[in-house]
Design a protein around this ligand. Sequence first.
Ligand code: 5FU
Length: 260
Amino acid sequence: LKPKVYDYEERAKLCTNSVTRRLLEIMGEKRSNLALSADVTTSQELLQLVDKVGPHVCIVKTHIDILEDFTQETVTKLSQLAARHNFLIFEDRKFADIGNTVLHQFGGGMYNISSWAHIINAHGVPGPGVVHGLREVGASKGCGCLLIAEMSSAGNLATGDYTTATVSMAEANKDFVIGFISVNNLTSDPTFIHMTPGVQLTAGQDSLGQQYLTPSEVITNRGSDIIIVGRGIYEAKDPVEAAKQFQLAGYDAFVARLTE
Ligand code: 5FU
């Protein structure tokens, strides 16, 4: 027997973590498993892009440290857009240091990520201390953490035993770890979310090692939950049209899995 595929609302009810539940509710309400990777480099571009594309996505993913002109106002406005368009904010900081250091990187500094991000992520390479440090800051703020169990880039080292050990680390910290960055489904536990970067409408690669899969490969065949799309949307001639296409492709791929 194949493992059961839950629809988003049904799955939300299984989740005790408030971020996971909210995310699945948004995915159901908006019929979207699309995360926009908003990798532009000025605040104006970021806010304009997110205001236009926001209605079509369940998540906006940021790399806040690539902004040339970051101010507190940028994230205040981004949070207002998240409320207006009903999406969660995921800062793709990829924390990867000892617990005490990540605690400060997450909870302070000029970006003060813990004050505005709903979701963050971390590499498991330092051991569980990285999760414990982030949890000390994030748990009380209702923030959830993804562990990077696999990567999309060619030749990456997050494979095999490393991936398996990362899944175990997530299972041991289920109160705070809400799922994975991965390019495959790694567990049948429906309360863990899988998010996959490296998605375009046609498979291929860029010149720096990024490898692209299609929405149907990622969602229907590989059993991931969320497609993360950057250049496929913000470099398109019409980003809103592109986002609509990815939203539809991602959702159709999910329905295909449901009805398989
Ligand atoms: F963890 C990962 C990964 O394995 N691959 C990625 O591409 C994260 N990413 C991010 O997803 C990367 O940093 C970009 O922000 C985004 C992909 O952007 P693209 O323009 O769709 O290639």
